[in-house]
Design a protein around this ligand. Structure first.
Ligand SMILES: *Cc1c(COP(=O)(O)O)cnc(C)c1O
Length: 374
């Protein structure tokens, strides 16, 4: 059969896996131990940290969706990032996107200080600026694209071809676009990371991460590290993630269609200073005219929930200054444009008319407040 499309891969995850019962839905194998028929005889499973059938079904699908050969499901997005950074040794150096998830920045700072690994930050735009950060010790480039929360796209293919000349690994956190909108391995990246807590799971009900590669030696390294450290995804959470993934493609389409309408609306509102939307995906950031309006706006919203996450079916609004990016020093944040006027929206799959109406009523009430209270 021809290579299957993502919709088909996703909808069929776990089907035809249980020969004994013919279960259409992937069973959750809670068993931690697996019987051996004799010395040296195995079903392929012996202990659940090393391998679990439910997690295997998930990992197989993750690899297919990202067009990789090996995937690893981990207990969180941060544990996926930590798994990948076990590649690096004291004295080495990594170049990373400047504008990135606050928890990743916090991890880099702690990990770098503890193991004497250097991090340099790049704004994700010009390869010439990337070149300036290169050292003999540099081993990898880590990018989040679009950047978070400023929503600038980085050209993965351009980074990858530059990195190949210098023998560097390219690691892409693909949480925001998902393989539906961007497949970094096809663009030349070596390693893809996800916080599967976000779009892959899609329902704000499971904490999970993923690492996907297309290379046997990286695959073998991550398998051994994960087996050694044990930060694997549990069988039940693997099942929840499978359930979420089945609808990934249609969810992303709806997130994006809604986001395009909301971004167009926000562009027209006088209280909105600037909209950051790269034209695809479900994430929008915008600057409001005055930081003092943030709290009143959050109080007026009825459908957008003020909460810290993204990628779920429910629309959320986040204030990076006090939530996702609070661990980045304020002077540093301000220096690259992440100011206290910035709000970030994760557009859900509700009706776009309802979402636009909610933003309109809230912004209008705040605007009236501004007028009447001077
Ligand atoms: C949330 C997030 C992470 C961290 O993932 P967890 O699942 O919360 O551990 C990493 N990268 C990005 C882009 C994220 O949004």
């Amino acid at each position: 059969m021809a290579k299957l499309k993502q919709e088909t891969i996703a909808a069929q995850i776990g089907n035809r896996k249980c020969e004994r019962t013919g279960a259409v839905n992937m069973p959750v194998y809670f068993s931690t131990a697996y019987q051996h028929a004799d010395l040296g005889v195995s079903t392929g499973y012996d202990y659940t940290r090393t391998g679990n059938p439910t997690r295997d079904a998930l990992e197989e699908a993750l690899a297919e969706l990202e067009n990789g050969t090996h995937a690893f499901a981990t207990s969180s997005g941060m544990s996926a990032i930590q798994l990948v950074f076990q590649l690096f040794k004291t004295g080495e150096h990594i170049i990373s996107s400047q504008d990135l998830y606050g928890g990743t920045f916090r991890y880099f700072e702690q990990f770098g200080a503890q193991y004497n690994i250097g991090f340099s930050y790049w704004n994700g735009a010009e390869i010439a600026d990337l070149e300036k950060l290169l050292r003999v010790e540099t081993k990898a480039v880590f990018i989040e694209t679009p950047t978070n929360p400023l929503m600038q796209e980085t050209d993965i293919a351009a980074v990858a071809s530059w990195a190949r000349e210098h023998d560097l690994l390219v690691i892409v956190d693909n949480t925001f676009y998902t393989p539906v909108l961007q497949q970094p391995l096809n663009l030349g990246a070596d390693i893809v990371i996800h916080s599967a807590t976000k779009y892959l799971g899609g329902h704000n009900d499971v904490l999970a991460g993923a690492v996907i590669v297309k290379d046997d030696s990286l695959g073998g390294f991550f398998f051994n590290q994960l087996n050694a450290t044990g930060t694997v995804l549990s069988p039940f959470d693997s099942w929840l993630l499978i359930r979420g993934l089945k609808t990934l493609v249609i969810r992303v389409r709806q997130h994006q269609a809604n986001a395009q309408k909301i971004a167009a609306f926000l562009e027209t509102h006088p209280l909105v200073e600037e909209v950051r939307y790269p034209g695809r995906g479900g994430m929008i950031s915008f600057f409001i005219q005055d930081a003092a309006l943030v709290s009143p706006l959050l109080k007026q919203l009825e459908l957008f929930t003020f909460a810290e996450s993204l990628g779920g079916v429910e629309s959320l609004i986040t204030y990076p200054t006090t939530q996702t990016h609070a661990d980045i020093p304020v002077e540093l944040r301000n220096s690259y444009g992440l100011t206290d006027k910035l709000l970030r929206i994760s557009v859900g799959i509700e009706a776009s008319e309802d979402l636009v109406a909610d933003l309109a009523q809230a912004l209008d009430k705040v605007a009236e407040g501004v007028v009447s209270h001077g």
